[in-house]
Design a protein around this ligand. Structure first.
Ligand SMILES: Cc1cc2nc3c(=O)[nH]c(=O)nc-3n(C[C@H](O)[C@H](O)[C@H](O)COP(=O)(O)O)c2cc1C
Length: 225
């Protein structure tokens, strides 16, 4: 695929075929994604690629603890709840996804089912847990660098027919992820990426999220035209 087609065509995938993803293909994707630039070429990232029973135990532990009301233990600051235009965009994508899935606003059971799917990493066959070296913890640059590599990763996967969703819900109970994936104490868990072969019949996979315009986002200064 042309680069522009990959970037324009990629969307978050939340329904997957029950088909394994070859390890060699994931290695290829990681190798390409790691061409992402980083501050001072520090490359602070590490990846814990989990599948099979290990991933199933992570899903189970994440669901059980979240349902039991164990407080979120994500290893980064969440900041204030979205308000104003950011809240509007959050509601907008939720409406798009729920409309595609036929989930009515007042259908609490169906909405909870959707949340549980997120905790289960949408039953993807693979989850890539992205961490960075704890020696750098406290600065904002390592999470920024992780964002860069994750963006490359999801696009590299898309170019090979694989779908992903960056899934903050999947690492909400970080002690479970840490224990099951064997993540050492010198790593900070940033996010996870659920990955697999898209299930074309899963309605939410067709949702194309909206973007604000370049005019809204960009200020150009010093140009002649
Ligand atoms: C840091 C980050 C965390 C995310 N966490 C979740 C999540 O927990 N659950 C989910 O369904 N989508 C999650 N997403 C996916 C976003 O909802 C999605 O990228 C956004 O709505 C734009 O849609 P698109 O990826 O289809 O373009 C996350 C995305 C990012 C970048």
């Amino acid at each position: 695929m042309e680069f522009d087609d990959v970037v324009r065509g990629r969307r978050s995938i939340r329904g997957f075929q029950k088909k394994p993803v070859p390890k060699a293909l994931i290695r290829e994707i990681l190798e390409l994604a790691m061409r992402a630039p980083t501050s001072l070429n520090s490359q602070p990232w590490n990846f814990y690629v989990v599948t099979g029973e290990v991933l199933d135990r992570i899903r189970k532990g994440n669901v059980e603890r979240n349902v039991a009301g164990v407080p979120d233990s994500r290893e980064f600051r969440m900041g204030p709840a979205y308000q104003g235009v950011h809240r509007d965009r959050q509601v907008e994508i939720a409406k798009q996804l729920f409309a595609a899935m036929g989930i009515a606003r007042e259908d609490k059971e169906a909405r909870m089912d959707w949340v549980l799917r997120g905790f289960r990493q949408f039953d993807a066959p693979v989850s890539i847990v992205v961490t960075y070296d704890k020696a750098l913890h406290g600065g904002d640059i390592p999470p920024f660098d992780c964002g860069g590599v994750v963006n490359c990763l999801v696009n590299a996967a898309w170019n090979r027919g694989l779908g992903c969703v960056i899934n903050s819900q999947g690492i909400m109970q970080s002690p479970v992820v840490r224990a099951e994936a064997g993540i050492p104490d010198d790593q900070v868990i940033q996010t996870c990426v659920a990955m697999g072969w898209p299930d074309e019949s899963f309605p939410a996979n067709a949702v194309v999220s909206l973007r604000k315009s370049v005019d809204e986002a960009a200020t150009f200064l010093g140009f002649d035209d």
